[in-house]
Design a protein around this ligand. Structure first.
Ligand SMILES: Nc1ncnc2c1ncn2[C@@H]1O[C@H](COP(=O)(O)OP(=O)(O)O)[C@@H](O)[C@H]1O
Ligand SMILES: [Mg+2]
Length: 261
């Protein structure tokens, strides 16, 4: 099996004719954890939504390949089946489908007919992973995210990640609204996933998650592009000093801070 790869070249994305992503380059391979940090409204969530194929986000230029295939030629469900995973900043609630049913269908959707996961194996895996994520077993039988607290939804996104075992995952603000214990649990889940067959992009606005998950690369996103890349020390400097020094260094005029969408 070849190493997972997501390659983004000169990507431009507009929402209702307003350009949000303005020429973004990024490459993620299996075994790597990357973090994108950046102020509110710079287009971080727009990037993940565009990659997942949200119809509102229009790709106007650039190339993205996922394991060598043109991502934008793939249907949205094909992207997921091929192993691309997106944990959304605001996970939706789905009434009428239990968490366990959802997970089992998501796993089986990625398998050939006749190769479905057995119920026994599924339950064993689910129990094991819920225990690791310190989730009460009742969450398996509740409707997907319905009535879950913010922190419970985030934990549930990590449960999905661990059960579905994608090739490349994009985790958008997986740390927002988490207390320190939940943050450690989420980090434990991601660290558990670390292996050469899995690549991960963590989108965050705070450095604190990166105290528990050490990224291989840190990228700063401003005004729709990656303006600086470095190692974990870059995240620490951002936490200590904010973004002003980067703006000065690059001669960027004041960032128009948009609404977090
Ligand atoms: N669905 C949408 N409709 C209109 N504008 C949007 C939508 N999504 C995002 N935007 C705008 O795009 C810009 C970038 O938003 P977003 O990608 O959510 O930023 P970030 O995740 O970096 O905080 C913001 O100005 C936001 O208001
Ligand atoms: Mg966002």
């Amino acid at each position: 099996m070849s190493t997972p790869n997501l390659k983004i070249e000169n990507l431009r994305v507009s929402i209702e004719d307003k350009e949000i992503i303005k020429g973004l380059n990024l490459e993620i391979n299996g075994g790597e954890i990357h973090a994108i940090m950046g102020p509110n409204g710079t287009g971080k969530s727009t990037l993940s939504s565009a990659l997942m194929g949200h119809p509102k986000y229009e790709v106007t230029e650039g190339n993205v390949t996922f394991n060598g295939e043109d991502l934008f030629e793939m249907e949205v469900d094909e992207r997921a089946k091929a192993g691309l995973f997106l944990a959304m900043q605001y996970p939706s609630e789905v009434s009428g489908i239990t968490n366990a049913d959802f997970l089992r269908s998501a796993i089986n959707a990625r398998r050939e007919e006749g190769q479905e996961i057995s119920l026994m194996k599924f339950i064993r895996e689910l129990d094991k992973k819920m225990e690791l994520l310190e989730m009460d077993s009742s969450f398996a039988h509740r409707y997907l995210n319905e009535g879950f607290s913010g922190g419970e939804k985030k934990r549930n996104e990590i449960l999905q990640l661990m059960m579905i075992e994608p090739k490349i995952a994009i985790l958008d603000e997986i740390d927002s609204g988490l207390d320190i214990d939940a943050l450690k649990v989420v980090a434990k889940g991601v660290n558990e996933m670390r292996n050469p067959e899995f690549g991960c992009l963590i989108i965050t606005h705070y450095q604190r998650l990166l105290n528990y998950i050490t990224p291989d690369k840190v990228h700063v996103m401003m005004q729709g592009r990656i303006v600086k890349s470095g190692g974990p020390e870059l995240a620490q400097r951002l936490e200590a000093e904010g973004y002003d020094w980067i703006k000065e260094e690059l001669g960027i005029e004041d960032e128009t801070v948009g609404q977090e969408a």
